[in-house]
Structure formats: C-alpha cells, structure tokens
Design a protein around this ligand. Sequence first.
Ligand SMILES: C[S@@+](CC[C@H](N)C(=O)[O-])C[C@H]1O[C@@H](n2cnc3c(N)ncnc32)[C@H](O)[C@@H]1O
Length: 394
Amino acid sequence: MKPSARMQAAIELLDEIIASSREGGAAADTVIARYFKSRRYAGSKDRRAVRELVYRAIRRSGERPASGRAAMLGLADAAPELAALFDGSPHGPAPADAEEEPALASAAPDWLRDQFDPLIDDAELAAMLGRAPLDLRVNRLEGSRDEALVAFPEAERARLSPIGLRLPDGFQVEATDAWRTGLVEVQDEGSQLLSLACRAEAGMTVLDLCAGAGGKTLALAAEMGDRGRIVAADTDRARLSRMVPRLERAGVSIVETRLLDPGRERAALADLGGTADIVLVDAPCSGTGTWRRNPELRWRLTPERLDRLVSLQARLLDIAAELLRPGGHLVYAVCSLLEAEGRGQAAAFAGRHSGFVSEVPDMAGGRRSGEGALLSPAHDGTDGFFVARWRAPC
Ligand SMILES: C[S@@+](CC[C@H](N)C(=O)[O-])C[C@H]1O[C@@H](n2cnc3c(N)ncnc32)[C@H](O)[C@@H]1O
C-alpha cells in the first residue's frame, strides 16, 4: 500500500471506531482486526503503519471527533509529512478543503476534566495517554521470578511488584513455553500490586465478586498456594468461561466459578453469607486508568454512564459487606482515576457502614487518596487504580 492509501485506510477505520464508540459496539482493536480480515492485500507492514496512525489520532482527541477525516486532519496539522498524504491520488484521501474543521487536540473530554482525583494533574493526564508497558506476573505455583528471568532474558524485574517482570514492547509472550506451562501470565503491574494488597493466605475463603476472566483470581490463588477456596463470580458468562483454561494452565484447583444474574447477585451468593475471609470487589468502572491501552474509552463514557457505574459499585460493595465473616476484609478496586469511583465511593461506603474500619492498603507504590490509595501511570508507571480496604466489625 502507498502511504496515501494507508492514510485513507486509517480514516475509514477511524470512522468505524467512532461509530462503534457512539453505539457501544466493538473496541478499536476488534474493529481493526475485522477490517484487515477482509483486506488480505494489506501486508504486515501496512497493518502496523495503519494501526499506528489510527492510535495516534485516537490519543490526540479527548472528545469523539466528528469523523475519521477530521481526526486525521487534526493529526496532520502538526505533521507536514501526514498533511502531504491528502493528495487526491486514486486510493488516497481527497485534498484538504479550507472549510474543513480538523478535530481539536485534548487529553480528556471537557465534561470530565474536573472529575479526576485531586492527585491527577496535567503530567498524570499526559502519562495516561502514553504507551502501556508489557508486564508479566510470575505464577509462584509454577516457579520463582528468577526462574522466569531465565526463560525471559530480555525482561527486567518490575520496579514495585515482587512477582512482576517487564518486557520490551511487542514481545510475543503467548508463543513461549513459559506462558504455555503457566509460569507467567500477562498482567499489568498495578493489578499485581492490588492483588497482593488483598493479603490472601492459604486456607482462606475468598470471594472475587467481579472476577471477569480471572486476572486477579489467578493471582489470589497463587498467593494462597492453591490451598483454601475461591469463589469467582461475574455476570458475564463469556468472561467467566475464558477463566477456565487459564486456571488449568496455571495449575490452580481451588477456584469455583459462579455466574450471577444482574440484580439478583445476593440470592446467588447467599450460601457465603458471613463466611468470607476476603471479598474482592474489582468493580466495573469507567476504565479511565487504562486509557494507555484503550484511549478510545474517552469517547464512550458519558455522565449518565458514569452515574450508573457509581450506583452499581455502591450496590456491589453493600452486597460484599454482608458476605464477610466478622473481622474479614473487604477490598474495593477500580481501574479508574475519577474521584466519584475512587475516594468518593470509598467515603460513601464508610458513611453507610460505620462499623467497618478503614485500613490503608499495604501496597508498594501508590499515594494515599482519601480512605484508599491511588496507583497512577506517571507516579507508579502502572495503569491507574484506586484501592481501598476495610475490616468488617467483629
Ligand atoms: C474490572 S472488570 C473485572 C476484571 C477482573 N477482576 C480481572 O482481574 O481480570 C469488572 C467485572 O465486573 C463484572 N460485573 C458487571 N456487573 C456485575 C455484577 N452486577 N456483579 C458481578 N460482576 C459484575 C463485569 O462483567 C466485569 O467482568
């Protein structure tokens, strides 16, 4: 493909990604994969170059752009080599018209700018749009970090997580024996740190209330030495089923998955009432802490959606509180850097449950934020997370 044809492909893809974000459809990565499936003429270099252009344009636009062309014209504003590709050639984009309005550059949508945790400044906002590193968690059930370093000589030890490794960009982890045999899992260092902050131990009963495909479940099972019981619950059948092969690969046997009906979680979890040593609520959230990986999430969030998420988080926290044994621990986590989902949510919980004692999570890295702690891309080099921890009344 000629450079101008790559530019046209990026514009078409952006149109699809914009529509998908408006309609709650597939994520950008999925849209890109589908696009190239039906365009076999595009070689791997073309795909890489188009993808790179698409993500540069997404990162530049905090607000959802009017069109792919507007997004690309905005990007081309400060890049003459890109502007030159609007050349009207047969497969390239038409020349820019003086009347056309390029998309404006911004880090976040306007309505969201004053909603961040007070610790999030302009440097943090910029880092939230950088590139995420490739992190691995070493599965202590299968070996040590030193053993994993032998398997991955190109890796370095993670700065904060004692079970983390950091690999160069683009490394094909899933093609390695170490991954196939369960010695490592791909997991952001922040997720590792908050899993460790749960302080799960062998023999405990642990409920992972929003377990998804099991990223934290696997980490908790390893901390427990695969001894005790973990109930991994979620309302999403597809995610829960993706956990099963991961458990097998990691050599984990103590996890039972449980599919919940949205709105009827209490009934499905009633047998655990008053028995759990730890309940982890890794709640559904805005994902603002993962913009490095999914920058188009900025185009999907609305004030109404944020309100719905905050209510759901509060409801899940209240359910979790009923399932703990006296003196058990509740851990709340969100991959969000918004105040309402983080310290605001934690303060509201504390107001509703005065018997619960707040314990600032014992975690490498992070900064105190209200009742909890905040991990962030600029300060910690991790995805953004808010984590809070309480002890249930005895
Ligand atoms: C942040 S993700 C969890 C990620 C997962 N813990 C991990 O480490 O990979 C939030 C999860 O909450 C689930 N969820 C949404 N509503 C829920 C509900 N009412 N009860 C339980 N889980 C719910 C979503 O399906 C999603 O998998």
